[in-house]
Design a protein around this ligand. Sequence first.
Ligand code: HEM
Length: 411
Amino acid sequence: MASDFDLKGALATYAKGQLFDPYPLYETLRLREEPFWSDGLGMWLIHGFADVEEGLSDPRLQNDRILGYERALTPENRVKFKALNEHLSHWLGFEDPPVHTQSRGYLKEYISGRLAIRMKPIIEKQIQEILTKAQSHSEIDLITDFAYPLPLAIICDLLGIESGREEEFKALADAIGIYPGNVGPILNEVAPAAQEALIKMEAFFDEMVAKRLAEPKDDLITRLGQLASEGLLSHQEMVSLLTFVFLAGFGTTLNLIANGMMLLFTHPAEKEKLIAHPELIGSAVEEFLRFESPIQIVARLVREDFEWHGKQLRAGDYVGLNAGAANRDEAIFPDANVFYIAREPNRHIAFGRAAHFCLGAPLARVEAQVAIDQFFKKFPRAEMISPTPDWLPIISFRHLGTLRVKLNYEN
Ligand code: HEM
């Protein structure tokens, strides 16, 4: 690392979400080998692979972060938006054992490796439709025309959202998702729209569940609707889990596909290697996940005061376990800053670890493998037009705004 690295400047830009190449900062902080308190973000940041892995398994770091949301609201708003905080408290990603173990068990019965195998033909059919639609254009935006429609169709199919109502459902979920996506006093401003969307979401699911109980299908709404009607889940828990699965599985998979495409276009020798050796698609997807991890920071709340690697953490402090930084740790990945689609081994941490390990990992992998493999089979001469990666100003996710390509397609 160059000694003239401007740490203060990088931290200030990072806290505004505008440090589009965060990796030199991650490395500088990782080399300190201790938790780093960020005033800008109001949280401890952890960057080393071993520490992030340890943090994901440490029961003193809890997923229940509702306290942080309540604390940020004014006393009046705490009462007004009680339903919103209760909704959030039933998201799987906000639960701890023993409640988490039970809710995860309900989802795991449905969202499994078997589901990914069962959905593969549906994914293949969807991607063919998407590519056929694209071929009539000389240029497309890979985000809106390719990386967006596949995960939207698949996650809505898995949930059982009625065909034609996907965008309506997504708009409600996004409006709710703005609330947990923020921290601090701004929560007072975003809460009203989120709570309004939550009321509409409850009505939306009530309608869908009533239909599925009358006519069951092989989807998650039917499964959770049945559990609720048997009294095993409350109505509120059912709505929370369904909303959470959408928000956990849609944008992340979109970003995996988009980031993977961008990485191939910006590393043409690796792209040509994949086109010549399509059997490398499995390891290529793992390298996309490692090199530009869709979820950069996994948040936790400190349960009790304790000292961790030389720093005193206090109950109620936020901790950001930076998977994006851990995945560039030289101690685990030789030449960590080199993008290499045949990298082996590649035990990245992009899907988390331990009790909260991503349930949708097998499905996300299949979606990205099929989409990218089929894209280059159809458009092997496609070229990127966007000059540089258009990263959006978001700290916790690696999310591109646009990615324009020329397809150079000939029948
Ligand atoms: C590339 C795509 C994806 C990435 C990078 C990703 C990443 C993650 C990560 C890092 C976690 C752990 C969070 C924590 O420890 O608090 C997680 C949890 C979760 N993911 Fe994914 N995910 C992806 C796709 C999906 C998909 C497609 C689904 C659903 C079909 C899904 C469903 C879930 C669920 C339900 C959890 C919560 C597990 C728990 O708290 O027990 N994810 N994901």
